[in-house]
Design a protein around this ligand. Structure first.
Ligand code: SF4
Ligand code: SF4
Length: 227
């Protein structure tokens, strides 16, 4: 699949995610940014989309700043969402992961606002809380919302099979190089240190109690990636 077809599919999945988030009652408000940490993860397709947005909005200097200010400690995932689903399916233990919101804010966060809001990755779009995280010390997310968000992540990884997954800063720094972009467009990427290879969906992580309720979203997602 060429890059513009992938980006169209990504846009459609974002639209479904935004519609779903808008249907929820959440405490999330403009300038509330405790969730904007340097531990956000995303796929290479989402990073490519952000690089295009930065070019369009003349903000490419943010990429240079990001490369100079990589957080010393940041969440670097060892497994993708679809690999995790396969791990559970096969009864294997997933690798232990380490993450701490105290490691620092997202390198793009500016005056408590997101400068790439229309192009922010799924990890930011789907992070919503019923109660203000500051008041309760963590996000308050309904189990069904967690399931739906995991499925969104699985579909985005699926359309970016052959691409990469990793920390927001690492993957953006990688995809911002023109040489890497060309390799990405020609499906010739190999995973450098700190990034891992995406894989297609083998099984969806949907607990039995959510299987009925999630059907309309699954229908929309399967249409979004097939047309
Ligand atoms: S998830 Fe929490 S910190 Fe982020 S906007 Fe919502 S309430 Fe605020
Ligand atoms: S990309 Fe935007 S929404 Fe996501 S963590 Fe960074 S500032 Fe927050």
């Amino acid at each position: 699949m060429n890059i513009s077809a992938k980006l169209k599919r990504l846009d459609r999945i974002y639209a479904i995610c935004d519609e779903f988030s808008a249907s929820l009652t959440v405490a999330c408000r403009r300038y509330c940014a405790h969730c904007c940490t340097g531990n956000v993860t995303m796929t290479s397709l989402e990073a490519y989309n952000i690089v295009e947005y930065l070019k369009k909005t003349q903000q490419t200097q943010r990429l240079d700043m990001l490369k100079k200010q990589l957080l010393k400690h940041r969440f670097q995932p060892k497994i993708t969402t679809n690999a995790l689903a396969l791990c559970y399916l096969e009864g294997r233990e997933p690798p232990e992961e380490q993450s701490d919101p105290e490691w620092g804010a997202c390198p793009f966060l500016t005056d408590n606002e997101c400068p790439i809001y229309p192009a922010r990755p799924l990890g930011c779009r789907c992070f919503v809380s019923g109660l203000n995280c500051k008041d309760i010390g963590a996000a308050d997310i309904e189990e069904f919302v967690l399931t739906v968000n995991t499925v969104f992540l699985q579909y985005i990884e699926h359309i970016d099979s052959g691409g990469l997954f990793g920390n927001f800063s690492d993957i953006l720094a990688f995809v911002s190089s023109e040489k890497n972009q060309k390799q990405y467009q020609s499906d010739m990427l190999s995973a450098p240190q700190g990034l891992i290879a995406n894989m297609p969906i083998r099984v969806l992580m949907i607990p039995p109690e959510h299987r009925q309720r999630i059907q309309p979203i699954l229908y929309s997602l399967s249409r979004a990636i097939s047309v």
